[in-house]
Design a binder for this molecule. Structure first.
Ligand code: SAH
Length: 231
């Protein structure tokens, strides 16, 4: 069911108030970006009426768009001021990239599913987020041509932070990622200072797996083998 853009605007205001600000997200730039980006454009047509609900939603290929609060929490932790180059691993719907594009100079985002990457790229262009650069590939290797990045966000879960991403993080940079085993990941924020890093645990989360070298191994065609994932 389609609503008018004024209704969607109201739904976003309410989402920010009841799901995000109320849970402690205080960065006004992040709150404003969440009020502005039309999340309903990034979800499948048949889920339009849930676009602003307090949960993750399926986007095809067995993948999901994250819960609004988690998008805000991860974004706030990146401490963006507008001059940064940001790397995102796991473009998915493109929603997180759209939020980042309002807060940083350039967003480089990598998605392993070509179907999702192409759809996200088209939508981001249509909506005018011209500082987002989408690439199909294995994001665990990062995007060395554009490194170093002041901020890196990984939106799929890895056994540990892929070393190439730490290598591509600028001095003083922040990296946010869900790390850990099946269903029990920790959202962590790593800050790099010279050659050393400090890590802070942020929240328990459940993300889809990061697949590939430096991530989890890929299973045969049908997609992820959940028995393995839960081992
Ligand atoms: N940030 C997205 C949600 C991403 S879901 C959004 O806002 O909608 C996680 C995504 O990571 C999935 O689309 C999945 O295909 C992708 N992914 C998993 N492993 C990957 C890898 N090694 N490289 C790039 N993308 C990967």
């Amino acid at each position: 069911m389609k609503a008018s853009s004024a209704e969607y605007q109201r739904l976003r205001e309410r989402m920010v108030e009841t799901q995000i600000a109320s849970r402690g997200i205080a960065d006004e730039r992040v709150l404003q970006a969440m009020r502005e980006v039309p999340r309903h454009r990034f979800v499948p047509e048949h889920l339009l009426s849930s676009a602003y609900a307090d949960c993750a939603l399926p986007i095809g290929e067995g993948q999901t768009i994250s819960q609004p609060y988690i998008v805000a929490l991860m974004t706030e932790a990146l401490e963006l001021q507008s001059h940064e180059r940001v790397l995102e691993i796991g473009t998915g719907s493109g929603y997180q990239a759209a939020i980042l594009s309002k807060l940083a100079r350039d967003v480089y985002t990598i998605e392993r599913h070509a179907v999702l990457a192409e759809r996200a790229q088209r939508l981001l262009a249509e909506l005018g987020y011209h500082n987002v650069h989408v690439r199909v590939g294995n994001g665990t290797a990062g995007w060395p041509e554009h490194a170093p990045f002041e901020a890196i966000i990984v939106t799929a879960a890895a056994p540990e932070v892929p070393q190439p991403l730490l290598d591509q993080l600028a001095d003083g940079g922040r990296l946010v990622a869900p790390v850990g085993p099946a269903g029990f990941q920790n959202l962590i924020c790593v800050r790099k200072k010279g050659q050393s890093t400090t890590t802070r645990n942020m929240a328990p989360v459940a993300f889809v797996p990061l697949i590939g070298e430096h991530g989890w191994p890929e299973k045969e065609e049908g997609g992820w083998d959940w028995r393995f994932w839960r081992r």
